[in-house]
Design a protein around this ligand. Sequence first.
Ligand code: ADP
Ligand code: MG
Ligand code: MG
Length: 898
Amino acid sequence: DPHVTKFVYDFTEGNRDLKDLLGGKGANLAEMTNLGLPVPPGFTITTDACKVYLDSGDEPAELRDEVSAHLDALEKKMGKRLGQADDPLLVSVRSGAKFSMPGMMDTVLNIGLSDESVVGLAAQAGDERFAWDSYRRLIQMFGKTVLGVDGNLFEEALEEAKDAKGVVSDVDLPAAELKKLVKHFKKIVSREAGREFPQEPREQMDLAIHAVFDSWNTDRAKLYRRQERIPGDLGTAVNVCSMVFGNLGPDSGTGVAFTRDPASGHQGVYGDYLQNAQGEDVVAGIRNTVPLAELEAIDKASYDQLMQIMETLETHYRDLCDIEFTIERGQLWMLQTRVGKRTAGAAFRIATQLVDQGLIGEAEALQRVNGAQLAQLMFPRFDTAPNQDVAKVNLIGRGIAASPGAAVGKAVFDSYTAIKWSRSGEQVILIRRETNPDDLDGMIAAEGILTSRGGKTSHAAVVARGMGKTCVCGAEEIEVDTKRRRMTAANGVVIEEGDVVSVDGSTGKVYAGEVPVVPSPVVEYFEGRMHAGADDADELVAAVHRIMAYADRVRRLRVRANADNAEDALRARRFGAQGIGLCRTEHMFLGERRGLVERLILADTDEEREKALGALLPLQKKDFIELFEAMDGLPVTVRLLDPPLHEFLPDITELSVRVALAESRKDANENDLRLLQAVHKLHEQNPMLGLRGVRLGLVIPGLFAMQVRAIAEAAAERKNAKGDPRPEVMIPLVGTVQELEIVRDEADRVIAEVEAATGTNLKLTIGTMIELPRAALTAGQLAEAAQFFSFGTNDLTQTVWGFSRDDVEASFFTAYLEKGIFGVSPFETIDRDGVGALVRSACEAGRATRPDLKLGVCGEHGGDPESVHFFHEVGLDYVSCSPFRIPVARLEAGRAAA
Ligand code: ADP
Ligand code: MG
Ligand code: MG
């Protein structure tokens, strides 16, 4: 019956497109089989079977027979039966999900060996040592992964056996010792697992298959999936693969290889080989491997064949592949391949190399890189070039590269010292065992953060990434002694408070001493200080240049910058900005202008207020003239004043103390008293939901009118100087169209006045931010009064989730990430289902009212790769982000469209 679900596929039946069903490993084993490459025969049990098993607690009824049929066929092909006493067929039972989950699930080799068949294997191979070595490996792996015995017990027993024999390497253990070890291992199993090691080969196989199914749901695997956002219901496939043996003597071995260098992208021979070894011995580091190139001298025929196969795979997959292989007595076998991981720089180089080789086109090349990689390439880095005087610096440890960048500073072991020293102009590295919310100020003060505990979602890692601060966490070989203010590295180096350390957040490396920092060549290129076409151009820069050109050619989203001054605007232009999407005006009220703002706030009469506004007007106007000049010919969206007023006034506690002290001396100053009154009056429990945004414009007469006048007069002046200013006025924190209409009417009046007075036609547009749920829900009405929407997704995320951004990231986000409630902060990547849904419906409603409504986004999400794809999908016209994120946004906008 063709409608019956098929749960088992022979390697000859699958292909690489069946990853959902066969997992990555199974699909690629099938692909290699069909390419005619030497893959040991076998079959794959589908993820569907796994799902049934996990849902019902039992394998599907049909599975047993299907496995039997495929095993039968395999046995026929191989000419021997599983576990056959005189000449056993052995198999591996290997996990393999759709997405690789390194180290999460396990594999058992040498299934089919028993007390009986080990003797047959020894006779067949003419090698007793080999047979018993294989048997002890089976009991060890089976005991650990299938029967749940603590793996250390086996490791310790193996160590003891080597010590007793006075040998260092397992290959030097003779057959007699391995026999004893097998006995010992079996005892461990029966003691720890409460059952004997199964002697029946099919029982071994079935138990191993179930163990692989079960490994999908270990706590470790679940946590990993939540963090990596891999769906929890995919299940894993199981591959049953006939064994080939790399542990059959010096003419055998096992290795890993890359079709090109995963660090540079260069073609060549990259990999490691280990003679007389099986399975994971190569990566386990128990014996010294040799570079793959040396295989040529060891076994030229296999080496040549391997080179040929790598070429075949590269051309077939049209990408860098990594490979696992084994040589059994001079015969080469392929055990695994997949498109390989690579460094950020290699990703760009490889993509362009493959275009040059004609293997992929430009659109495809864009999919081979991403914005996160580009961002990584833009960080300054340590100059660890060979000509550096490395004697002065000393690698003292390595942890998790939690937040990229290169930080150098004096070691401090508590936040208080970090703050104190940084105030006096020192650069410091905050070193803690782990951080907690109390360390926040210290983290802000530090150049970089180093912890000896915790992973990618630890407090230190999450907060540092949020702040864009260099961080290495979980450097476990470093001992941090907070009390004595020092740390000790594994190599004995002691770093005392005040000693200089260098922390590389891109590689996780930690150095004693100062490593010189060099700017990224990619930034030098974007800044225009390095030309991609120059003779001495960096290979990487040339690749980035080409990829950016592909992206710019296809992208539909325009990219603007968040910039408040001419300097940032000019940099943004160099980085490719097509305008300013958010010019915050609050900085124009700080510094020496604070006094004027105080006067405005304290004004008792219209006259006083108008005077204060009158003094601010020319200053604002000058700011805008510079900005419009820097962005000549491109749109500049100016947001009217947004933050709560108390931000412009002295801190309430400081001022209270000052006034109290003055009063006790009887010389309180009148202005301070008024200020204190005002501060009290403006004090809010919840300032982010208080008097700010459009509300300011509505209750402080003349404030927004002054800002609009400054914008209009600046534009008129630029126009009259033959410039091409394109300002857009943006009203923040609007919740209802009535607010917008009042501000709009006033703005229209002011603009008309300025146009009449200067004889210009300014074509100023007026729009609103959408950053409150109510604004999003009434977007259709708002569009009647707004010519554009700019989604302020920072505030929108705050208000939709009810999260205070300034508080939650440091307090409970770590717990949320650890529990897998989300894999990434919604302030970092837009929450598609919640905030995103509001954005989407607001776009539709807005455009229904006003078909030519311009739509954009400003805020952190505008430069976040995944969010950019979302904004492309919902049909925004542009994203706006900080100048440094512009190349990332351009690239991702291109990838979204390609
Ligand atoms: P992982 O997913 O951790 O890479 P694998 O299933 O690839 O696990 O297997 C672990 C190790 O055992 C690898 O080195 C692999 O090459 C080796 N191995 C797996 N199956 C066989 C086999 N049939 N014959 C020889 N070695 C094998
Ligand atoms: Mg593998
Ligand atoms: Mg806002």
